[in-house]
Design a binder for this molecule. Structure first.
Ligand SMILES: [Zn+2]
Length: 125
């Protein structure tokens, strides 16, 4: 799910309309101290996106334990099924092995193809 965090909060703040789901979104932000869940880099305005660990299409809920905030590029890495795009983003984000393992864990939870499997497919093909 692609979520425009800043626009959402700005509109809600102006109108004073906060729901339980909004509280979860804010909880995710503050639980991570405003840092990306994978890279620990500051989540810049317009670069932060909300991710459902278990997608809504698989029954995932808008609950704090199912929501994390990622930078836009890392979020793309979690969702893309385009092998080339994944490795382009990997270069751009300069992820460590640990961070890459985290991305793979998130892909697993989101029912995406594990990247290691894709690498083998490409090598064998
Ligand atoms: Zn997502």
């Amino acid at each position: 799910m692609i979520f425009n965090f800043d626009k959402f909060f700005y509109n809600k703040t102006v109108r004073g309309e906060f729901s339980d789901n909004d509280s979860c979104r804010m909880a995710a932000y503050f639980a991570q101290n405003g840092l990306c869940y994978v890279t620990f880099r500051p989540l810049e305005s317009g670069e932060r996106e909300l991710h459902h660990r278990l997608p809504k299409s698989f029954g995932g809920k808008d609950e704090a334990e199912n929501l994390i905030l990622l930078t836009r590029d890392v979020h793309k890495m979690v969702h893309t099924e385009n092998f080339e795009e994944f490795y382009t983003l990997r270069e751009k984000c300069r992820l460590t092995q640990y961070q890459l393992a985290l991305v793979n864990q998130l892909r697993y939870e989101a029912h995406r193809t594990p990247v290691s499997v894709k690498a083998e497919v490409l090598r064998n093909g």
